[in-house]
Write a protein that binds this ligand. Structure first.
Ligand code: ZN
Length: 307
């Protein structure tokens, strides 16, 4: 066994990233991501329970990969889950550069693990509902797609839903593995897309390869990278790695955005806040950062709203 210079032994420090690859003469397009830090950042921001962290981490992972499929610098993808379960739902937003952020509606849900395999019951926490995909590609109207959530006993919750929501036939794997102390041990996923007129031989090979992947988190916690995972998925299919993109939970909230949101509430609302004579606290839903707005600042915003 060799040790690296900083003495961490075999513990490779792998930053969250997404690999984009192509295979089978471009009939297959594939993405794989490691998202441990992203999911842990989300967990800390929302102080979420294990089942909620697992759900949000999966959606963040899907959002990060689907985000980099978009072409434009200003394109925005939003994934919205709404469910009848205790968690109620969650929202994830990403861009084409690997930036992703998200929040659960109810972060503290605690429900018993599934009876059959003792895994976190993500599907039980979300319940029946829908997954909505909103792509704002700078066109007049955003693209909006919606699928009903598949409920029931599945090895990987939310994966079928994300696959269903894609406009291209896709195979999806998403996973989050928690430590006993409720921190994130491993997180990541993959999306494999099949282009039209792909041959049966290619599909057969891909299906055979998929059987070699039991769970994404198992591979990641063994130290496998997104490149390694794509290597297993696309073995014998002549894979070419096209791009490596850093990814992470990054919120773009700012005092300016908070001010614009306050101005948008209108004169009546602002006047009422000023009349109350107290500074107000605004909290970003995505990252939980707090912004204090003084009465004087509110008065300035009122003046701007009047113009
Ligand atoms: Zn924020």
């Amino acid at each position: 066994m060799d040790k690296n210079k900083n003495g961490r032994g075999l513990h490779k420090v792998i930053m969250d990233h997404i690999i984009r690859a192509t295979a089978a003469e471009d009939y297959i397009r594939a993405f794989a991501a490691s998202t441990k830090d992203m999911t842990e950042t989300a967990r800390k921001a929302h102080n979420s329970s294990p089942v909620v962290t697992a759900a949000l981490g999966r959606l963040l992972t899907a959002g990060a990969m689907m985000g980099i499929m978009m072409k434009g610098d200003d394109d925005v993808l939003t994934l919205q889950v709404k469910g009848e379960g205790a968690m109620q739902g969650m929202t994830v937003t990403s861009d084409s550069k690997g930036n992703v952020k998200g929040y659960p509606i109810e972060p503290l849900v605690l429900i018993p693990p599934r009876e059959n395999d003792h895994k976190l019951d993500v599907s039980g926490a979300i319940g029946r509902g829908t997954l909505r995909v909103i792509k704002d590609l700078g066109l007049k109207e955003p693209y909006i797609g919606e699928v009903d959530l598949v409920t029931g006993e599945r090895a990987e919750d939310l994966t079928d839903d994300v696959a269903q929501s894609e406009q291209t036939p896709s195979t999806v794997g998403l996973g989050v593995l928690m430590n006993k102390d409720n921190t994130v041990q491993a997180a990541g996923g993959f999306i494999v897309q099949l282009m039209p007129e792909v041959s049966d031989a290619v599909i057969d090979r891909l299906e055979a390869n998929l059987k070699n992947i039991n769970s994404v988190t198992e591979l990641l916690s063994q130290g496998k990278t997104p490149e390694d995972i794509l290597g297993i998925l696309l073995e014998g299919l002549d894979m070419t790695v096209l791009e490596r993109t850093e990814t992470g939970f990054r919120c773009d909230c700012s005092p300016g955005k908070i001010e614009r949101a306050l101005i948008a509430t209108g004169r009546d609302e602002l006047s009422q806040m000023i009349d109350e004579g107290k500074e107000i606290e605004m909290v970003c839903s995505f990252c939980k950062k707090k912004y204090i707005v003084s009465v004087d600042e509110l008065k300035k915003l009122l003046a701007m709203a009047q113009r």
